[in-house]
Write a protein of this length. Structure first.
Length: 266
């Protein structure tokens, strides 16, 4: 049986969610954190992202797995909101957390490093950096480029997801649209419990949802009075290379987004 999470063991959004009543209508449990899965990550055979040992739940074609990304940077100046960690990002996080834990680092440090390595990794990160630089985020944060958020200045950024855990629909990475992330009761409850906690723990940061599904999740929290609309930068496209309309949408929104960024940080 999984052990309960220990809020003193690491910065734990699941414990925060429980303390603030966000788990009440959700299948998420207090055990959905590294405190419960540390021994599995350190087992002789490294678990894969879809390993049965990491399965949190499986219902109606929706499979949710554990990956060591349950960490929140409470000092962040800006929070980037994705949809869910994909299989690639989950695999990166598992490998880094395993390496750190095996080297004797604390749960909190291991989670922080796993988050930094896996967040928006791959080709997506390159697109994201170009788009964030294009709206002047690097200037207001006094950086040469927002690439530094993922290298030398990770203390400035929080990288979270609408649903904190890898989600797979019919065996494939969940994209946020089928079923719709805020219309399906199960997914909606996971958004409230996981994203509600992550953003509730970072009260003073600018929130940037990436793409339509992440924006829907953020707007759900706004509608539920769990998040203030004036701290949210809405309209930023998803940086995935697979999104063909990304550049056209970005060009249409870029000037307005840049103005909002400058206003927030002024």
């Amino acid at each position: 049986m999984p052990i309960m999470s220990d809020p003193a063991d690491h910065v734990c959004p699941v414990a925060w969610a429980e303390a603030h009543g966000l788990l009440d209508d959700s299948p998420m449990e207090r055990s959905w954190c590294l405190s419960s899965y540390r021994d599995i990550l350190l087992s002789p055979r490294t678990p894969a992202a879809l390993s049965p040992r990491l399965k949190l739940m499986d219902r109606g074609g929706i499979r949710v797995s554990y990956a060591p990304v349950d960490w929140v940077n409470r000092a962040a100046s800006v929070v980037l909101v994705g949809i869910t960690p994909g299989h690639y990002q989950a695999t990166q996080a598992i490998a880094e957390a395993r390496r750190c834990l095996g080297a004797g680092l604390s749960n909190n440090t291991s989670l922080r490093r796993a988050n930094q390595v896996a967040a928006f990794s791959g080709r997506m990160r390159r697109n994201l950096v170009s788009m964030l630089d294009g709206i002047g985020l690097h200037d207001v944060l006094d950086l040469d480029t927002t690439e530094q958020l993922f290298t030398s200045h990770p203390r400035l950024v929080g990288c979270v997801s609408a649903i904190s855990y890898p989600v797979f629909f019919q065996g494939q990475n969940y994209t946020g649209h089928r079923p719709p992330i805020t219309k399906d009761p199960l997914l909606r409850s996971l958004v409230v419990a996981s994203l509600g906690a992550q953003l509730g723990m970072v009260r003073d940061a600018l929130v940037i949802p990436l793409g339509r599904a992440a924006r829907d999740a953020v707007e759900l929290l706004i509608d539920l009075n769990l998040l203030e609309e004036d701290r949210c930068l809405l309209g930023f496209p998803h940086p995935s290379p697979a999104f063909a309309g990304r550049l056209a949408q970005y060009r249409g929104y870029r000037r307005g987004l840049a103005s909002e960024v400058a206003t927030w940080f002024s």
